[in-house]
Structures are given as structure tokens and as C-alpha cells.
Design a protein around this ligand. Structure first.
Ligand code: SAM
Length: 217
């Protein structure tokens, strides 16, 4: 993602009601301590401007959501957008964490997460950068630790090479691929209830087919 640093974004994010300033305090008890319920916890890693997770939280009040984003300039945009759409602060099932996904196991306890979404993750096309891909074995190891038993990892992308790499990476780490398609929007089963992300709208409007897999460790 092309990124322009926005001056003041760190302070804005640090003072936002929506962003957890000390997320480690909820480790192992996010649903109970933060959301005040026992609902499942789903996270999106690399949420960008947050359109997907905001819509998911609106549609599914019985699920707790946390959006993970490492750049405060991007998180700032997500918060500004959310404030416009939700001036009355009615959504109580969605918070954000400003963190690099490499540190997820510091924040979430083993088996705490019910589902992980990766949407249009940065492709890092150079081979020497492969470990930065959010579907690399480095990250799959972290996801395996924090995902609950029988919980899923779902990924969408329009990048065919990244998708192929991700499927190989899942196989290398002995994950089970439950479903996959290279043309999500024409797959009546997988596309049912699909919530589009910003990148998905942009790239599918250019005619790029969207790939998706659902997998579990
Ligand atoms: N998910 C959104 C969508 O589909 O419209 C945004 C996609 S954007 C290409 C990828 C986002 O992932 C960027 O905002 C980037 O900052 C974030 N990201 C990349 N690597 C990350 C990491 N290691 N930890 C947290 N966020 C990351």
C-alpha cells in the first residue's frame, strides 16, 4: 500500500476511543474484559481503512471484532471514516489495535481467536521479502498459536502469485485447505454474504478476478 505519513496521526490514534492503547491487558480474556460478553473474537490483519471489518461488525453483532493495522496514518483514516458513518458510537463490538502482526502472540492468548481475515495483503513480490507476506510460514506459525480449535483463516486477494504462494505455504505448514476459488464473485457458494473490502472494490471494478481460500491449521 502506498503510504503517506500524516503528521499527528500517532497522537490521534493514541487518543482514540476505538484504539486499544494497552491491548496486552486483555490477553486471554478479550471478550469478557473488553466486550463484556462471551462471544467469539474475529480479527482482520492489515485492515487498511477498515471498510470490511466495520461492515462485518454491523452485520454480526453477536461477534466481537478487532482490526489490526500497523500504520497509524492508515488507522487514522479508518477512524475518521467510522466516525462519519457512526456518529452516535452505536457499534460496541469493534475495536482496533495499532500493531505489527508479528507481535500478535504478545496480545492474544493461545486459542483465543475464532477467525482471522487477511484481505488484499501486501504481496511483497521479491523473493527475499517472502517472510513479510502475511501468509508466509512465519505468520502461519503465529496464527496457529492464537487460533481456537476448528477456527479458520480466510484470505482474499486479486494477486494470483500471492495466492499461489499462500496455498503452497499452507501445504508446507500442513494446514487443511477447506475451500478455494480464483473467481470468488462468480462462485455462488463462497460469494454468498461476501463483504467487499476497499481493495476488492477497486480491483474487481478493473476486471481482476478475486481469489479466496478458507483454511485451518
Ligand atoms: N484490507 C484492506 C483492503 O482489503 O482494502 C487493506 C489492504 S492494504 C493493501 C494492506 C494493509 O495491511 C495495509 O494497510 C498495511 O499497512 C497492512 N499491513 C501490512 N503488513 C502488516 C503487518 N505486518 N501488520 C499489520 N498490518 C499490516
Amino acid at each position: 500500500m502506498r503510504l503517506r505519513h500524516i503528521p499527528g496521526s500517532e497522537d490521534f490514534v493514541a487518543n482514540s476511543h476505538y484504539v486499544l492503547s494497552n491491548p496486552e491487558q486483555y490477553k486471554g480474556a478479550f471478550s469478557e474484559k473488553l466486550f463484556g460478553n462471551t462471544n467469539p473474537l474475529h480479527i482482520e490483519i492489515g485492515m487498511g481503512k477498515g471498510q470490511f471489518i466495520f461492515e462485518m461488525a454491523k452485520r454480526n453483532p453477536e461477534i466481537n471484532y478487532i482490526g489490526i493495522e500497523r500504520y497509524d496514518s492508515v488507522l487514522l483514516k479508518a477512524i475518521q471514516r467510522r466516525k462519519k458513518q457512526e456518529p452516535e458510537l452505536t457499534l460496541t463490538n469493534l475495536f482496533y489495535i495499532s500493531i505489527d502482526a508479528r507481535l500478535l502472540a504478545d496480545v492474544f492468548a493461545p486459542e483465543e481467536i475464532g477467525k482471522i481475515y487477511l484481505n488484499f495483503s501486501d504481496p511483497w513480490p521479491k523473493k527475499r521479502q517472502a517472510n513479510r507476506r502475511l501468509s508466509s510460514p512465519v505468520f502461519l506459525k503465529i496464527y496457529k498459536e492464537i487460533l481456537a480449535k476448528d477456527a479458520f483463516l480466510e484470505m482474499k486477494t486479486d494477486n494470483q502469485d500471492l495466492f499461489s504462494y499462500s496455498l503452497e505455504s499452507l501445504e508446507e505448514c500442513h494446514w487443511q485447505i477447506l475451500a478455494n476459488t480464483r473467481d470468488l464473485h462468480h462462485d455462488p457458494v463462497l460469494n454468498e454474504g461476501n463483504v467487499m473490502t476497499e481493495y476488492e472494490e477497486k480491483f474487481s471494478s478493473k476486471g481482476n478476478p478475486i481469489c479466496k481460500f478458507i483454511a485451518k491449521p
